[in-house]
Design a protein around this ligand. Sequence first.
Ligand SMILES: [Mn+2]
Length: 396
Amino acid sequence: MGRPVDITATAARRRALMRRIGRGAVLIPAGHERNVETDYIQDNDFRQDNTFYYFTELETQDAFLLMTARGPDSIETVLFLAPRVPSQERWTGLRLGPDSVAVRLSGIAKVLPIDSLEARLRVAPEPVYTPHVQSGTDVVRHNDLKPIVDSMRVVKDADEVARLRRAVDISVAGHVAAMRAARPGMYEYQLEAVLEEGFRSNGADRVGYPSIVGSGPNSTTLHYDVNRRRTEDGDLVVIDAAAEWGQYTADVTRTFPINGKFTPRQKAIYDLVLGAQQAAFDSLRPGVTMRQLDGIARRYMQQHSGTLCGQKTCDDREYFNHGLGHPIGMDVHDVGISRPLEPGMVVTLEPGIYLQAEKLGVRIEDDVLVTAKGAEWLSAGAPRTTDAIEKLMSGR
Ligand SMILES: [Mn+2]
């Protein structure tokens, strides 16, 4: 899916190149699809490494954190920072340097210049764990830190929950703004602009992932983020988009009719998805797994499908072709998806039904905090029922 190719121009360029080469071959690899799990695709030049952030919440570049333990009573934490260079700060703005300001801001008592790291590392007790095991830097033997940190990140502490709540609230504001602005004939990117204006004007640092604004046929493509189609009266629009705030991202999806009024058919499918989501929520409590909740949502759909999806029931993998949900955190698909739920985990519930032949896709995705007794909706501020959506949109 792309813009039309000017085949005359491209052929001429290829000819010109090979004339220049004269003799030989040219191999040009295409770009690689970026991976939402590991690459950050947001709009800033710099986003802190999650592991470093997790242990420092500093957004400073090119620093190191060294923690050593020679015994339970001899734990030392050292932050290594590059010296400040005033002439460079004319370009970059103020940077954190190895001085008392860094000590105060980081809460780490020992902050040293980065050139003292190597000497420190040489006398550090082994084994040394690092998040990225790289060859060439093995002053000492390295063990992989990742599984340990991943297991720590599954249950969110109060600070993390507060960050997630804020990211969710900002995301909700964007969704509400987009619903309010929606009119048949708008381009998907115009809805995207309203949505992201809602994020940014409410303090989002960036989007948590590329905003998905899929109307009509595009509502059935799970990760559609081209957002170029012109909406038509009668379309459903799936918006799967969320803000990142303080390194943590929400993940919210809403589906609404571009003209503000669901058709009976759209409403029937929507209500089935909504019921499946509610059934999963009602069964959510510590000890339950995401896989079990997925089964509960599918069973609800199966039992309530009737003939809505034709011969098969709507829970069929042809129509509900993704998992029910996943943890969120610093990664939009955060760690811990297969761990039984515990209080303090924050997960999405996002059933969907996609009927390609009818150009009709519905996904409803909310973020919930697992509590001691069950769960709390975090994203309930974005209208979720057809009545609430129609009411909001009728007030436009
Ligand atoms: Mn999601």
